[in-house]
Design a protein around this ligand. Structure first.
Ligand code: ADP
Length: 702
């Protein structure tokens, strides 16, 4: 199908080129042959209009297939061809060459318009004017050289007739066209180049033929000489250009005006200078003809106009540029000012470091917090200057610093509890976030934002203190209340009525819950304040699990829940008391929320650098949206849990504190109504040779 379509479309470019070559060769053979001049002249007179017609139609067909400027350009070229054809046809029928002159002139002018219409990089109007003038200078210079140096006698002999001046207009226009075509070719894209080169060549050939005609034809010129070949080939190449696949053009983004005007200027002025030199050299030997003088005036006029346009253009450009620079400078200044204002007004400390960790900028808040002058900090190693040493008094390793992390790994690193050392040696608690500073794909350094937490820490401390004081204060009277109620229930004050006994029992139960709650609150505060030291030592995971199971077994039995110890493998770094407490809590919950007759399993297995513990029950399960929340303080799935199951909602919060302080993690998964599994990971002791497990929270919790 595709092949057929190609067939229908007719010959391709190569075939057309072959046809043109044959056509030109045949014409050449005829024109060079010995057949009578009459016959040759008749041949040319017929071949010229035919070629013009075919070429013009070729351009018209291409115009129909293209769009935009290209369409206009090809249409104009077609028009030029048809007008040329009209001239040739008139000449053919009238048997003279003179009558077609007006048509040729029109055709050439349309040709100029056509070339200017070809799409090229977008250019300003002044640029187009300059191109045309360059064409005039180039064409004029060539003609001038010919007029004064190559064919001086003819001009002299012929005298300054109107015909001789008119005859020069053609080659001049041709030369302008050829020059324009050359400039266009220089500015064309690669796909446009072949058709444009062909169009340019066609005009060059035209120029040559017209020039020969102008010089030879003044005295005796007729069709039928090889000169005709210039026109025939000119037409043929124009028509061939339209057959090139690139002629229609692909939609493409036009490049910005990127052609160098230097080449055009050099070409133009080189020719101008050569023309001037030739003129000066010949002036002394023989006077210039009128044609030469007119040409020279035209050239000088074109040069002057070109330069004037250039100066005006440059001046406008300069003003435009200056205006733009002024506007941009103001914009930049405003931007810099507002950035500076922002940086200096912000309450948080902000500083930047380069890839070596040296301070590149620092805002006033940062300098103020650290007690330095802004200028004194710039250029210093940030980590060495104000990162306080670790708790052990040794300098905090630069390798573990979040700045290094941000620069090295390109990640935003933060430390919630870091300490900076002021210039006066005072330590200040800070919360820090370091982000990599990127320039494209390269990391140029880091920006660090820190907040002085002194006040927040103080408030936290006061709050904790308050809570523990109140809790302590509540604990003592509560103990005596509980004791007294216990005695009452036990009958120490004599027999009570059943109703009184029930009420006192409820009071005892409530006071017990209250005391559990207070103990839990105190526990959480103690752990979070770091008052309960966590001292991990190497432990056999099995020992920890067994200790916890032993303690929960009693409750499990009474609840009718069986406790099963699964595979427990691995050694961990753990503070035994704390971890057993955690497991007891998890197993206790599992038993508490399991139906009678069901089973609770605990197992452990190594997983990467950790040992993973699992406590699974087949109880009521936990809804998806509560899986994370239950680890918060006082969080319970059901508000009635506290009453019915006697919980405080603090157990899992305590567990999480303990596990995280070990560098591990705790989380839960569940299928509501079916089962729940609680996971705990603890740093694993590498076997066979145990090595220190890196303290994960190191940089955060120093
Ligand atoms: P509590 O002292 O109330 O048990 P926890 O912090 O230990 O406090 O547990 C918080 C809540 O999480 C519980 O009240 C319960 O709603 C839910 N929960 C914990 N463990 C389980 C479990 N194994 N099955 C179902 N729900 C659970």
């Amino acid at each position: 199908m595709a092949a057929e379509r190609v067939q229908v479309r007719g010959a391709n470019f190569q075939q057309w080129a072959g046809i043109v070559a044959l056509w030109v060769l045949a014409s050449l053979t005829v024109l060079l042959s010995g057949i009578p001049e009459e016959a040759r002249s008749g041949f040319s007179a017929a071949v010229l209009p035919v070629t013009a017609l075919v070429a013009a139609t070729s351009c018209l067909l291409t115009a129909k297939r293209s769009v935009g400027r290209r369409r206009r350009a090809w249409a104009l070229l077609a028009a030029a061809g048809y007008v040329g054809f009209a001239g040739n046809a008139v000449a053919w029928f009238s048997g003279t060459t003179q009558t077609g002159d007006l048509a040729y002139l029109g055709a050439l002018l349309i040709g100029v318009l056509a070339l200017l219409s070809f799409p090229s990089s977008p250019v300003r109007r002044s640029r187009v004017a300059r191109m045309v003038l360059d064409g005039v200078v180039v064409g004029g210079s060539v003609l001038f050289i010919a007029a004064v140096a190559v064919f001086p006698e003819r001009q002299l002999n012929g005298g300054p007739t109107l015909a001789s001046v008119l005859a020069l207009i053609f080659p001049l226009l041709d030369a302008v066209l050829a020059a324009l075509a050359v400039f266009l070719i220089a500015r064309s894209s690669r796909s446009d180049r072949v058709p444009l080169v062909l169009v340019g060549l066609s005009f060059v050939l035209y120029a040559l033929a017209d020039l020969s005609y102008a010089i030879l034809g003044i005295t005796a010129f007729n069709l039928g000489t090889p000169v005709d070949l210039g026109w025939i080939t000119g037409y043929a190449l124009g028509g061939l250009a339209a057959r090139h696949p690139g002629a229609v053009g692909q939609p493409r983004k036009l490049r910005q005006d990127e052609s160098s005007p230097i080449a055009a200027t050099v070409l133009t002025f080189s020719l101008f200078i050569v023309a001037a030199a030739v003129g000066v050299a010949t002036m002394s030997t023989r006077p210039w003809s009128v044609v030469a003088v007119i040409l020279w005036i035209v050239i000088l006029g074109a040069v002057a106009t070109r330069q004037t346009i250039l100066v005006i253009d440059n001046e406008r450009l300069r003003q435009e540029l200056e205006g733009r620079v002024r506007a941009r400078t103001t914009e930049l200044r405003t931007m810099t000012l507002s950035t500076e204002l922002m940086l200096s007004s912000v309450g948080d400390g902000i500083y930047g470091v380069d890839t070596d960790g040296r301070v590149t900028f620092v805002n006033p808040a940062a300098a103020r917090t650290l007690g330095y002058a802004t200028a004194a900090l710039v250029g210093r190693d940030a980590h060495a200057t104000f990162h306080a040493p670790g708790a052990n008094g040794r300098p905090f390793p630069a390798d573990g610093c979040y700045i290094t992390e941000a620069i090295r790994d390109g990640v935003t690193a933060s430390a919630e509890e870091d300490i900076y050392r002021r210039v006066d040696g005072k330590d200040i608690p800070v919360e820090v976030t370091a982000s990599p500073l990127r320039g494209g794909s390269v990391i140029l350094g880091a920006v660090v934002v820190f907040r002085d937490m002194t006040q927040r820490r103080e408030v936290d401390r006061l709050k904790n203190e308050f809570v523990s004081v109140v809790s302590h204060e509540l604990r003592t009277p509560l103990t005596s209340i509980r004791g007294s109620l216990g005695l009452l229930v036990g009958g120490a004050a004599g027999e009570m009525t059943p109703q009184a006994h029930r009420m006192v029992s409820i009071a005892l139960e409530s006071s017990e819950r209250l005391s559990r709650l207070i103990n839990d609150i105190l526990e959480v505060e103690r752990i979070e304040a770091g008052a309960t030291p966590i001292e991990p030592v190497e432990q056999e995971a099995r020992n920890l699990v067994e200790a916890a199971v032993d303690q929960v077994r009693g409750v499990a039995d009474s609840e009718g829940v069986s406790l099963r110890l699964g595979d427990v493998v691995g050694r961990v770094h753990a503070d035994a008391d704390r971890i057993v407490q955690t497991f007891i809590n998890l197993l206790g919950n599992a038993v508490k929320f399991s139906p009678r007759g069901s089973e609770v399993t605990i197992a452990a297995r190594p997983s990467g650098a950790f040992v993973e513990f699992r406590v699974t029950d087949h109880g009521r399960g936990i809804p998806q949206d509560r899986l994370e929340r239950i680890f918060g303080r006082f969080e319970q799935v059901d508000t009635s849990d506290a009453r019915e199951k006697g919980g405080t909602g603090l157990g899992l919060a305590i567990c999480r504190s303990i596990v995280e302080r070990h560098g591990g993690r705790i989380w839960a998964t569940s299928s509501p109504g079916m089962w729940s599994t609680f996971y705990v990971t603890l740093p694993r002791v590498e076997e066979p040779q145990p090595v220190d497990v890196p303290e994960r929270g190191d940089k955060v919790e120093r």
